[in-house]
Each structure stands twice: as C-alpha cells, then as structure tokens.
Design a protein. Structure first.
Length: 417
C-alpha cells in the first residue's frame, strides 16, 4: 500500500511536467503573435485586404509574414490552427488541480480555521467557481461593455480581486493562489474555445462558400485575445506562488495577488507599446517596482496564518499515522532534524518563515505532512537540504518504517491523500 505514495507522486510530477510544457507552448505562441501583430508595417505592394507585413529572421532563414485583418480573398490550401496549446494547458492544469488539491484536499484545500466544510463541499466550490467565473466574464463582454474596453478591464480586475478575497475565506493560502490562477486560466482558455476559434471557423466557412466574411468576428476575437495577453503574466506568478510562503501564507495574500495583476498590466503595456513602435513608456518600470515593493511590504504584515490543523482536530488518516508503530521515534527524529526550520518561529539562521509554510512541531503537523516527510526525508535525501542537520541513514529508515506501518493499516480510500 505504501508504494502508492511513490506512484502517486510520480503521477503528479508527470502531470506537472506536461502542464509546464504545454504552458510554454501556449504562452510562447501568444507572446509571439502579440509581438507580431503589434509590429506589422504597411507596404506599397501589400495585396488587397492585407493589414500589414513583417520580415523576420530566425534559425538561419528569413520569414515574410502578412496579416489579413478579416480574411484573404480565397481560402489558402494549408492553414495552421493554434488551439491545442491552450486546451492542453488547461486540461493538464485541471488534472493537477484534481491530483493535488482535490485528492489531497484535507491538507491542501480546506482551511478548517477559516471554514468548517466537508472535503466534498470544498471540491464542489472549487469546480463550480471556475465555471461561474467564465459565465460572469462572458456576460460582461457581451452586454454593452464590449464597446468600452478600458471599463471592461477595470471590472474584470475588480472581479478577480473579489474572487481572490472569496477564495481566501475558505481555502488555504496555497489553494487560494492556485484557484485564482485556475479561475483566470479558465477564462483565457474558454475565450479560445468558445469565442476565438468559433469566430475563426465562421470566417473560414464564409471563405469556402465564396462569401465575404463579416469583420465583426475578428473584432470580437481580438478583444478576448487582448484580455488573454494581459492576464498571462499574473497566471504564471499564481502558478509558481505555492513555492513561496511569503506570497501565499501572508494575511493579505489576496491583496498581493491583486497587485500582481496590476504588475501584469504595467509589464505587458511596456512590451506591447515597444513592439508596436509607439514609444518607450519608461514610467511602467518605476510603477512595476513600486507595486513589487508594496507586495513585499504586505507580505510582512499580520500573522502568517496556518495551513495546518490543531492538535484536537486530527483526521482519521492522521490518527492512523499517530497510532502506527514507530511514530514516537519518527516524531523525535523530525523534531530534532526538521523543526528548527519548519516552525512558527524558526531558529535556524537565515530562515525567517517556515519553508512552504510547513510546520513540523506537533503531532497534528507531523501526521498531516507524513507523506511529504516520507518522500523527502525517508525515500530521498531532499530534506534536510544538503543534510545540514546531519540526519543519519538509520533515522531515514525509521521514518520509512513508520510510514509503511501506517500505510499497512490505511484504508484504500485514504491512501492517496
């Protein structure tokens, strides 16, 4: 039974790897086409209907790219569609959400100090919030605000801030950041699936039928593509945030996320303006620095919060670990080798906050993170880093034996958490 932990961790690693690869493909193509679109130039020899052209050099060759604002006069023989990068990124991200935050929900999803919810309720809120977010956003885009893009962006920002605050009332800090990223990424991928691609198919169908395409479809798709462009950088930050407790474990983590969205706007505005050769908005640099300083300041305010459970709130799974043979020995080892860093007030030089906000000071802490302790200190030497506390091999074996004993007593329904 204990080998399930290794298999499950490798599955999570594989899905994370896939997610990173597909995200690179999607973000890379998005950045390329935004820069290409903004850098187009007029030329005297452009064919009818062409909006602009760009000459580029890469990989030892020259590329001549032309853009048609609506469509060319005739359907080309070969047409490359850019869609699977977006779909694959969202699907792999959804799989990660299920593996890490749903299957491991008792540890990573629900914060019992914030909301007294059953795991199934937290999962339901997690799933429904992503769908509801797209419905609200899509309604806003289709009801008058499409003619006021700046106002629409401000309202979208307000919606994202409200969602971050709402998530933080229920979920752990990690889950709040991750879900806000998933919420935003769902809007971005839904833009591609429900708006951009269908509109492009309408244009292609008109070309094939010999009809002149309506330019409104390109304008609608352009609005959604612009939103995706400005949301990309904040999503990357939110996906990486679970490695940095100063971001997710702060009392004001939802405000930090809000400022990150503003940083995304200033950074993208700089690059969009320079790509369009419309100037050099130097003001965006100090604005971004100021926002980042505000983020660092917010991370120091208030308490760090807690992503662990109190001693009196041991779950059924934690009780099995606490009662398993070898727990007392393993606990002594963990307290002696790990808790100087993984504590509410770390005593190891240079450590101001527990790495990833993981505390290993109580029975509740240790049993909650049993799987991580087993994988990182028992089956591998990842922790302590560089073995700075001199954990011995027989101590690592003791941790493995304790974990195996607990897993032998573990019902299958609890084994993957």
């Amino acid at each position: 039974m204990y080998e399930l932990s290794i298999m499950w961790d490798w599955l999570a690693f594989a899905v994370r790897w896939l997610h990173v690869i597909t995200a690179i493909a999607w973000i890379g193509s998005s950045f390329y086409f935004i820069a290409l679109d903004l850098g187009l130039r007029k030329a005297d020899d452009l064919p009818e209907g062409a909006h602009g052209e760009e000459w580029q050099v890469h990989g030892g060759g020259f590329y001549h790219v032309r853009k048609y604002l609506v469509a060319p006069a005739a359907m080309p023989e070969h047409l490359t569609w850019f869609k699977w990068e977006s779909y694959s990124t969202w699907l792999s991200g959804a799989a990660m959400l299920m593996i890490v935050y749903w299957a491991g929900g008792e540890l990573y999803l629900i914060d019992a100090n914030k909301a007294d919810l059953a795991l199934w309720q937290g999962i339901l809120i997690s799933a429904l919030s992503l769908a509801v977010g797209w419905i609200i956003y899509d309604w806003l885009c289709k009801n008058g605000l499409k003619n006021y893009p700046t106002a629409l962006m401000v309202i979208l920002f307000a919606l994202l801030v409200a969602m971050g605050w709402g998530y933080n009332q229920i979920f752990t800090g990690r889950a709040m950041m991750l879900h806000l990223g998933a919420f935003t990424a769902t809007i971005m991928t839904a833009n591609v699936f429900f708006i951009i691609m269908p509109n492009q198919r309408i244009v292609v169908a008109d070309l094939q039928a010999g009809r002149k395409p309506d330019p409104k479809y390109g304008k609608i798709a352009k609005l959604r593509s612009t939103h995706n462009n400005y949301l990309t950088l904040p999503v990357v930050f939110l996906m990486l945030s679970n490695h940095y407790p100063l971001a997710f474990a702060s009392e004001y983590n939802w405000l930090i996320a809000a400022l990150v969205f503003l940083m995304g706007v200033t950074i993208r505005h700089y690059f969009n303006t320079t790509h369009a050769r419309a100037g050099n908005p130097i003001w965006t640099w100090p604005a971004t620095v100021i926002l980042f300083i505000l983020i660092m300041w917010l991370s120091t305010l208030g308490g760090a919060g807690s992503d662990t459970r109190e001693e009196a709130a041991l779950s059924e799974r934690q009780m099995i670990f606490a009662n398993a043979a070898g727990f007392e020995e393993a606990q002594d080892i963990i307290l002696g080798r790990c808790s100087m860093c993984h504590a509410a007030e770390p005593v190891y030089d240079g450590i101001r906050r527990a790495p990833k906000n993981v505390h290993l000071e109580t029975t509740a802490d240790i049993t909650a993170f049993a799987k991580q302790i087993y994988l990182q200190s028992g089956r591998s030497t990842a922790m302590p880093p560089a073995n700075v506390t001199w954990m011995e091999e027989d101590e690592r074996r003791a941790i493995v034996e304790w974990y195996r004993a607990a897993m032998d007593d573990m019902p299958l329904r609890l084994a993957l958490n």
